[in-house]
Design a protein around this ligand. Sequence first.
Ligand SMILES: Nc1nc2c(c(=O)[nH]1)N=C([C@H](O)[C@H](O)COP(=O)(O)OP(=O)(O)OP(=O)(O)O)CN2
Length: 150
Amino acid sequence: MHQNYQVAGSFMIYVTRKEHFNAAHRLYNPAWSDEKNQEVFGPCANNNWHGHNFELIVTVKGKPDPDTGFVIDLKVLGDIVKKEVVDKVDHKNLNLDVDFMQGKMASCEIFVMEIWNILAPAIAHAAPHAKLHYIKLIETPKNFVEYYGE
Ligand SMILES: Nc1nc2c(c(=O)[nH]1)N=C([C@H](O)[C@H](O)COP(=O)(O)OP(=O)(O)OP(=O)(O)O)CN2
């Protein structure tokens, strides 16, 4: 029996994918002395870098497709996040190896905004009826940032 998944009315569904990567970085403002960087960023300014096990949580919003029931295929979303972000940063040094972080402060705030700028168009291209809604970037068990693109 054919089922029609189209639901009348105005509603929005939020679907989320989580991916994982490891990366090294250093928090350092080149306009400051080493002493000032050490004072402001403490061990995060360590000359020889330090690393984190990051979790990247990406939420997309939209209406379920009437045929598939999907806002976006979560496998497709995972593949986009892996191809566009994880493959570029996993086991890399954010300051040295990652093109989209060159010349930028490698804080979670700047990093998550750069990730948004990459993922938003890629998701819109893959699923024209879905839209990137939210990114959560977890840097340590205690520290995370959230971004809604605004
Ligand atoms: N607003 C921000 N503050 C900090 C950031 C950041 O990206 N944005 N980053 C760091 C450090 O890079 C580091 O990731 C975290 O340091 P810290 O909080 O000291 O580490 P822990 O979560 O492990 O906490 P402990 O107190 O050391 O147990 C710092 N600040």
